[in-house]
Design a protein around this ligand. Structure first.
Ligand code: XBP
Ligand code: MG
Length: 233
C-alpha cells in the first residue's frame, strides 16, 4: 500500500528557481564578480544539482585567465547566497504550486507519512515552509533529507535512499514527486515510482521512466492511486 509521499522542493513544491537565480546574481555582484546568469544560462546550469556544485561547474567553463574562486570562497559566497535567498522568500516572493497545499493536507488527514528529498540547503527549506505554510518544515514533513547530508547530489539516488532509510519503508510503499530529469533519475535509482510535474525550467526536458507526467498536482490531475488512497470518502 501507498504509505508515504516524498517531495522534491525546488520546482515541485514551488517555482523557486527564479528566486535562486536572483539570489545568485545579486550575491555575485556583491562579491564584485561580473557574473550574471541569464535564464538561458541557468537552464543549462540547473543540470548540476546543488548551488556550490553549480558555481564550480560554471567556473569550469570560464577562460583560464578569468577570476576564479577557491573552494573556501565558493562555500562563503554560497552562504551569503543562502541568506539572501531566505530574505527574498520571507518577503513573499513565492507561492506553492497548484494542488500542493491540498495534497499535503489530504495526505496528513489520511495518516500518510510525508518526506522531503532535496538538493537545496536546509535553511532554504525552512524559509519556504515558513513563508508558504507559516510552519516549521519538520512539522509538515517529519522526514527531511537535504543537500549537504549526502556526498553525491541528484541525479545520484543517495538523497532518496537517505529519505527512505529515515522513513523505514521500502520504495514500493512510497511515491516521489519531482519536476526535473535529474530528480526523476535520482528517485528512480532508489527504486521509487515517480510523478513528474514539469516546472518553468524543466518543461522541455524528456522524462522517460516517470510513472506519471502531469502539468501540476491540482486534484483534477491526481493519478488514480492517489485518488484511491486519499479520496475514499
Ligand atoms: C534544486 C537545486 C538547488 C537550488 C539552489 O534542488 O538544484 O541547488 O537550485 O539551492 P531540488 P542551493 O529541486 O532538489 O529541491 O543553492 O541551496 O543548492
Ligand atoms: Mg526540483
Amino acid at each position: 500500500t501507498l504509505n508515504a509521499l516524498i517531495f522534491d522542493v525546488d520546482g515541485t513544491l514551488a517555482e523557486t528557481e527564479e528566486i535562486h537565480r536572483r539570489a545568485f546574481n545579486e550575491t555575485f555582484a556583491e562579491w564584485g564578480l561580473d557574473w550574471n546568469w541569464s535564464q538561458d544560462d541557468y537552464r543549462v546550469l540547473l543540470k548540476t544539482g546543488g548551488g556550490k556544485e553549480r558555481i564550480a561547474a560554471f567556473q569550469f567553463s570560464l577562460a583560464d585567465t578569468a577570476r576564479k574562486l577557491t573552494d573556501d570562497e565558493i562555500r562563503a559566497l554560497h552562504k551569503d547566497k543562502t541568506a539572501r535567498y531566505g530574505h527574498l522568500i520571507a518577503q513573499g516572493h513565492v507561492t506553492l504550486r497548484p494542488g500542493i497545499a491540498d495534497l499535503v493536507e489530504k495526505a496528513r488527514e489520511a495518516g500518510m507519512r510525508l518526506a522531503l528529498a532535496t538538493t537545496t540547503s536546509r535553511p532554504n527549506v525552512e524559509a519556504l515552509t515558513q513563508a508558504c505554510w507559516g510552519k516549521a518544515a519538520a512539522d509538515l514533513f517529519p522526514v527531511i533529507a537535504s543537500g549537504d547530508e549526502v556526498a553525491r547530489k541528484k541525479p545520484d539516488p543517495e538523497i532518496y535512499l537517505l529519505a527512505l532509510k529515515r522513513l523505514g519503508l521500502p520504495p514500493r510503499d512510497c511515491v516521489a514527486f519531482e519536476d526535473s530529469r535529474i530528480g526523476l533519475h535520482s528517485a528512480m535509482g532508489a527504486g521509487l515510482p515517480v510523478v513528474v510535474t514539469p516546472s518553468l525550467y524543466t518543461d522541455e526536458e524528456e522524462h522517460m521512466g516517470a510513472a506519471f507526467r502531469i502539468p501540476d498536482l491540482s486534484r483534477k490531475n491526481w493519478p488514480l492511486m492517489l485518488v484511491a488512497r486519499l479520496c475514499s470518502d
